[in-house]
Design a binder for this molecule. Structure first.
Ligand code: FAD
Length: 487
């Protein structure tokens, strides 16, 4: 993959379209715009140095299974062919919505007629106390017994935050290619054999998957009572936990990191909530990702649109079914948004690649004068760890906010590392967990997406050989002519 392809363009001109973000949602929007508008000027701005790459593949890059040049999902020619002015290494700081102007670092300004924000999510960094390593080895606890917090506070170098964690050698997040490159280089340089991962959610497990693949022993620290708690239930988590532990990994549940010890700005050790101390030179912080609202918040106190409105946001940027924000000519798509959950009917942030692509497409069509509606999406993710594939789709841990009776069908065969859980509400499947065999995931996904009445095939759903043949005949017809199966 070639780096630094900045296509020349006069930045004083007003672009017909500016897209912040050069990833799933942004580039899908480019293709959609070009379906309707062949000549309008498009600029794509990104603060990354890479032309584009698939985020889900950074796990396999770190694991050494995919080379850097195979990570991209759009070729270099894509930008030329679509007449896109791509501006790499350009961090957008603020937006003047009234003046329709973007203000980036180094004083760069870009004017737009229509704007699409696809600037994704950012990792959450918990505020953990960072202390000098000598406090760790000298027995910080016994030394400070009975002292009040202000005395101990003198020994705290800093509280970890989003800005300063990168200053400590050995602490990383794992949400972009730059992270993967830096972790890879650090492992090689420091001959790392063991690592601690804070967070047993999807990103934590994705990094675990990569590290295990290259022979690094891991310790996972998870606040809840099980790993993958947002998408798995206890039985599903247990299959993966048992396998991880059987292969030498250690999992600490209902625990977290209370203190980090550093020496010469390098990570030396961590201390857990339960008092246990772990020497470690590599810590991956993976406690979650949230929509990156920093551009919006930086612009907030500064300027509003011409009607005095500010862009609306909750956990993410709020958009309508056209992916338009409350500000005219400003759209948002992908991980930065709160959008429609097809199953619950609520507005949520569902940070998955296929939805970012679909939302970008809808935004692009509407920006270019067409009309397309986003019908909503649902959560789905797949992960393969220690050769155990798994997938979770939709609502897998139903709670009180689901209307109607909930019925759950399960099959659990831990000795075969196999688990299937189907969640049904109002005669329709609303969620599924598959562990060990994910071959039929597309069929279940299709049933969820198309809200198929499964009353007549309920007893077949759980069978291991469940397949197209057992589907309702009306729906089967739809599969032949339509797009029923898609995950
Ligand atoms: C390790 C990992 C594994 C994943 N695995 C899967 C998976 O298996 N399946 C799945 O469906 N999803 C997976 N995801 C989630 C998926 O990658 C995201 O949902 C998807 O990338 C979202 O696309 P996006 O275009 O909305 O945002 P992003 O891909 O996050 O892209 C945001 C873009 O905005 C740019 N940007 C951000 N801020 C600024 C700024 N201030 N100025 C300029 N540019 C800016 C960034 O540089 C980037 O180009 C994974 C994510 C990670 C991190």
């Amino acid at each position: 993959m070639k780096k630094n392809i900045d296509l020349n363009c006069d930045t004083n001109k007003v672009f017909d379209y500016i897209i912040i973000g050069n990833s799933a949602a942004g580039l899908s929007a480019v293709s959609a715009i070009r379906l309707l508008d062949k000549n309008g000027t498009i600029a794509v701005l990104t603060n990354e140095k890479f032309p584009n790459y698939s985020k889900p593949l950074i796990t396999y890059y770190l694991a050494g299974k995919v080379k850097a040049e195979n990570l991209y999902f759009k070729s270099e020619d894509f930008y030329m062919e679509n007449k896109v002015f791509l501006k790499l290494n350009t961090n957008v700081g603020k937006i003047d919505f009234a003046g329709k102007e973007i203000i980036a670092d180094k004083g760069l300004r870009f004017k737009y007629k229509k704007l699409l924000m696809t600037n994704g999510g950012k990792p959450i960094i918990p505020g953990i106390e960072v202390l000098a390593a000598n406090n760790f080895s000298a027995g910080f606890e016994s030394e400070n017994k009975g002292k009040n917090y202000s005395e101990i506070k003198n020994k705290i170098i800093k509280m970890l935050d989003n800005e300063n964690f990168r200053e400590i050698c050995g602490i990383f997040t794992f949400t972009c290619l730059d992270d993967a490159e830096r972790i890879k280089a650090y492992i090689i340089k420091n001959n790392i054999k063991e690592a601690v991962i804070l967070g047993g959610g999807l990103i934590g497990l994705k990094s675990a998957e990569a590290l295990l693949e290259i022979g690094i022993k891991i310790k996972i620290i998870e606040l809840s009572d099980r790993i993958l708690s947002a998408t798995f239930d206890k039985q599903a988590s247990l299959i993966i936990e048992n396998e991880l532990e059987a292969k030498g990994s250690k999992i600490y549940t209902q625990n977290t990191i209370n203190k980090i010890f550093i020496k010469d700005n390098k990570l030396e050790a961590i201390k857990l909530k339960n008092g246990e101390k772990i020497n470690s030179k590599l810590l991956i912080v993976a406690v979650g990702v949230m929509p990156d609202l920093s551009i919006i918040k930086n612009s907030e106190a500064w300027i509003k649109d011409k009607d005095g409105k500010h862009i609306k946001y909750g956990k993410g940027i709020i958009v309508d079914e056209h992916m338009q924000t409350n500000i005219q000519d400003v759209y948002a798509a992908g991980d930065v948004t709160e959008s429609f959950d097809f199953i619950t009917g609520s507005k949520v942030n569902i940070a998955v690649w296929p939805l970012a692509v679909r939302q970008g497409e809808v935004a692009g069509i509407n920006m270019a004068g067409g009309s397309k509606i986003y019908n909503g999406g649902y959560f789905m993710n797949s992960i393969e760890i220690l050769q155990i594939p798994s997938i979770s789709i939709g609502i897998t841990n139903p709670s009180g906010n689901i209307e109607g009776d909930i019925e759950i069908i399960k099959e659990y065969k831990p000795e075969r590392k196999f688990y299937k859980k189907i969640i049904i509400s109002d005669k329709k499947i609303i969620g599924i967990i598959l562990v060990g065999n994910i071959d039929r995931a597309g069929i279940y996904g299709g049933l969820i997406k198309n809200k198929v009445d499964i009353s007549n095939i309920k007893e077949n759903l759980i069978k291991e050989d469940f397949g197209i043949i057992q589907l309702p005949s009306d729906y089967k017809k739809h599969l032949v002519v339509g797009d029923g199966i898609e995950v």
